[in-house]
Ligand binder design. Structure first.
Ligand code: HEC
Length: 137
């Protein structure tokens, strides 16, 4: 084989192997990499903050939902778009003011940083890891 032919073969091989690594379009959601903060220890800390703290009061045990606030253990969201980890961190940090509540059966606004819990940034990351784990089983 002459040099130009070898080059063409090499380029074709490269193109094929790249094509093979692309996920199926329109298929099942790609096996998303777990966000770095979703670790077993953060989930455990978040579990205890959520279920012994204020969140459980409105969202029910393990986020099954209650009269005051929606379930967090499914993939349906009222406020979040996709349920991505960063979105969860964002809403726990900002809370949900009364004017932003989507479902009028939810009477009480959600306080920023867990309201009286006044969560620190690391605690928010942990609670968010726990909430993320509820909807990404
Ligand atoms: C006083 C009640 C109350 C408490 C306490 C509370 N929330 Fe909420 N939460 C709400 C309400 C109300 C909404 C918005 C529901 C709506 O729009 O109808 C909400 C929304 C959310 C959402 C978005 C849900 C969605 O469907 O998009 C997440 C995530 C969430 N809360 C997590 C938490 C976490 C974690 C805690 C504890 C740190 C917490 N909440 C404490 C009332 C509460």
């Amino acid at each position: 084989m002459s040099r130009p032919v070898l080059l063409v073969v090499a380029v074709l091989l490269a193109a094929c192997s790249r094509g093979a690594s692309v996920g199926s379009p329109g298929g099942a959601p790609a096996a998303a990499l777990l966000p770095a903060e979703v670790t077993p220890s953060n989930i455990a800390l978040g579990d205890s903050l959520f279920n012994n703290g204020g969140c459980v009061r409105c969202h029910g045990p393990a986020g099954i939902g209650a009269t005051n606030a929606p379930a967090l253990n499914d993939a349906q969201w009222l406020q979040l778009k996709t349920g991505a980890y960063d979105e969860i961190v964002g809403i726990i940090t900002s809370g949900v003011p009364a004017t932003a509540i989507k479902d009028p059966t939810h009477k009480n606004p959600m306080g920023a940083r867990g309201g009286r819990m006044n969560l620190t940034d690391p605690q928010i990351k942990a609670v968010a890891a726990y909430v993320y784990s509820l909807s990404h089983k």
